[in-house]
Design a protein around this ligand. Structure first.
Ligand SMILES: [Zn+2]
Ligand SMILES: [Zn+2]
Length: 181
């Protein structure tokens, strides 16, 4: 006889579905522009990339100031949903490169649209930082920005809004755009 119907393959009973048993945060891999490349770089290293396939920038998995891993997917009691890259390091509070890049882009956009003087630019830079995290100055900074946004033309309003929503905290977004969700 000697027929070997299955080519000698014998499936073993144990299949290797790696269900993460851990609890807590996985480490996120994020590109310098803030694209979430892999929210679970520890549990699913096969999805890791050295460079972002969206924009081509280098990726990082830790804060560049203090080397703390960037928080990614949370393995826990509630179902894991893909998190957005954090704006600031939870350990040292430094803004991540993408946060600084977005604030800089917002600053340049306003400076271009409104022909701002240096003094106004400095104030705007502080306000953009203040709306990123909820703090005592957030509301007043948001109000000042709202006034500034009122001065940009209609065609730039959508662009400004996208940038602001990308860097502002929920509280600040509500203060600046109270009638929108
Ligand atoms: Zn990218
Ligand atoms: Zn840090």
């Amino acid at each position: 006889m000697g027929r070997n119907l299955f080519g000698g393959w014998q499936s073993t009973s144990g299949h290797s579905v790696h269900e993460p048993k851990r609890e807590g945060y996985d480490v996120a891999q994020v590109c310098m522009n803030g694209h979430m490349v892999n929210p679970a770089s520890q549990a699913s290293p096969e999805h890791n990339k050295s460079y972002c396939d969206t924009c081509g920038k280098k990726t990082i998995t830790a804060c560049q100031s203090c080397n703390t891993p960037i928080r990614g997917l949370f393995w826990g009691t509630y179902s894991a949903s893909e998190p957005a890259p954090p704006n600031h390091c939870h350990q040292c509070g430094q803004p991540f490169p993408w946060t600084e890049a977005k604030q800089k882009a917002a600053l340049e956009l306003f400076a271009e649209l409104l022909d701002l003087e240096q003094e106004q630019r400095d104030e705007l830079a502080r306000d953009l930082e203040a709306i990123a995290v909820d703090q005592p100055r957030t509301q007043v900074a948001a109000l000042r920005l709202k006034r500034l946004i009122g001065k940009v033309g209609k065609e730039a309003a959508g662009m400004v809004r996208d940038i602001i929503v990308g860097i502002a905290s929920d509280v600040a977004v509500k203060a600046i755009y109270p009638n929108q969700k």
